[in-house]
Write a protein that binds this ligand. Sequence first.
Ligand SMILES: Nc1ncnc2c1ncn2[C@@H]1O[C@H](COP(=O)(O)OP(=O)(O)OP(=O)(O)O)[C@@H](O)[C@H]1O
Length: 250
Amino acid sequence: MSAAAAPALAVEGLAKRFGGLTVTRDVSLAVMPGERRLIIGPNGAGKTTLFNLITGEIAADAGSVRLFGQELLGLPTRRRAHLGLARTYQILTLFPRETLLHNVVLALLGLAPFRWDPWSALACRRALREEALEALARVGLAGAAERTVAETSYGERRRLELAMALAQRPRVLLLDEPLAGLSQPERHAIRELLEAIPRDVTIVMIEHDMDVALAFAERITVLHFGEVIVEGTRAEVVADPRTREVYLGE
Ligand SMILES: Nc1ncnc2c1ncn2[C@@H]1O[C@H](COP(=O)(O)OP(=O)(O)OP(=O)(O)O)[C@@H](O)[C@H]1O
């Protein structure tokens, strides 16, 4: 198989139990480079757990997760980020007393394999600041760079989180409910930002807002009780009676 044909993200036979509770049961999925994939499923289906297993925030019991062919299981989360994996969270994880700029710089520092060198430290600081400002500008927050997170609206925080993930120049970006809790205009703004992300970034998104999510995603995976029960194009998944049974409640 040529490198171009390899999936950006390939999950195979992934399994996870918490005590007696099987949360991920033999999950397999392949997301091709540039694809926009939507993960849906009822509350507790194991969607966030799947992201946590992919990023390494929790350890899998069995299976394989490959990023452009490279096995990730067993690697620490930070190493997976270096290889091109970034994510946002359902529950925001920002530093509220720091400025927006500082939050993005911290995200960049988490990524940079930093070596202390007094001669290059200043240049490095400037470069980081510029890169962080660029990331904030990308999500329309350049003018708010010196405000603290505590002084921003919820919608701005969601955009900040996206800036932090994009600043890491991911190859695969995992978005956990990027629209949750947002007003209609804010949802519209995030949707435009997501649509502007270039195709060299593959996106996997968990989202309950079906209007936006269905318009955005090309393929959809439906999870239920930790298993993939339906996968296909928008039309296939919407038409599948199993989707309606478990997710749409029909
Ligand atoms: N660290 C943990 N320890 C024990 N149980 C957990 C842990 N993390 C998740 N679970 C359980 O695993 C199941 C799946 O949770 P998960 O958050 O992955 O679901 P989800 O599909 O993302 O749900 P939602 O749509 O509500 O966010 C739930 O029953 C949850 O309580």
